[in-house]
Write a protein that binds this ligand. Structure first.
Ligand SMILES: [Ca+2]
Ligand SMILES: [Ca+2]
Length: 149
């Protein structure tokens, strides 16, 4: 991948929250650009969701990404995994909205991040919302029928 595939904006922020875009970068390592997609686009609970970070890149002609760090946003303060492959799968146990963040690290140790919001829904018929359809869901159907629906 050549450097023309990357868009890079460096924004410096001081302790007071003031920011300033830096236009001149000469002979220093450029931070890598994180980007990812996921499939299926409308995942359901317990689906193996494939996250693909192969669109990430390092603007430096000879630079490359050495690590992909994910926070899938579930389980307490997140569910963190770091690997060297751009592709990873993850499944969600419960429905909801999750903030997924990806941080890529380049060969010089610089890091870039991006986040996406992912919506996970329950499969049809999962009446007790535990992510799987089991006899427990059928029991709920029977109870609803017994109450006269
Ligand atoms: Ca770089
Ligand atoms: Ca269920």
């Amino acid at each position: 991948m050549d450097s023309g595939d990357c868009t890079l904006t460096v924004v410096a922020v001081d302790g007071s929250g003031n920011s300033n875009q830096t236009a001149t970068i000469v002979d220093i390592n450029k931070i890598p650009v994180a980007n990812f997609t996921y499939l299926p686009g409308n995942p359901k609970t317990m689906d193996a969701v494939t996250f693909d970070a192969s669109a990430s890149c390092d603007p430096d002609p000879k630079g490359h990404i050495v690590a992909y760090s994910w926070n899938f946003g579930d389980i307490g303060d997140g569910n963190r995994t770091t690997g060297t492959d751009a592709m990873i799968t993850h499944s969600y146990a419960t429905e909801g909205y999750y903030v997924v963040s990806l941080t890529v690290t380049d060969d010089k140790g610089a890091a870039g991040s991006m986040i996406r919001m992912i919506s996970v829904t329950s499969p049809r018929g999962d009446l007790n919302h535990d992510g799987v359809i089991t006899s427990a869901d059928a029991v709920i159907v029977l109870e609803m029928a017994a109450r006269g629906g």
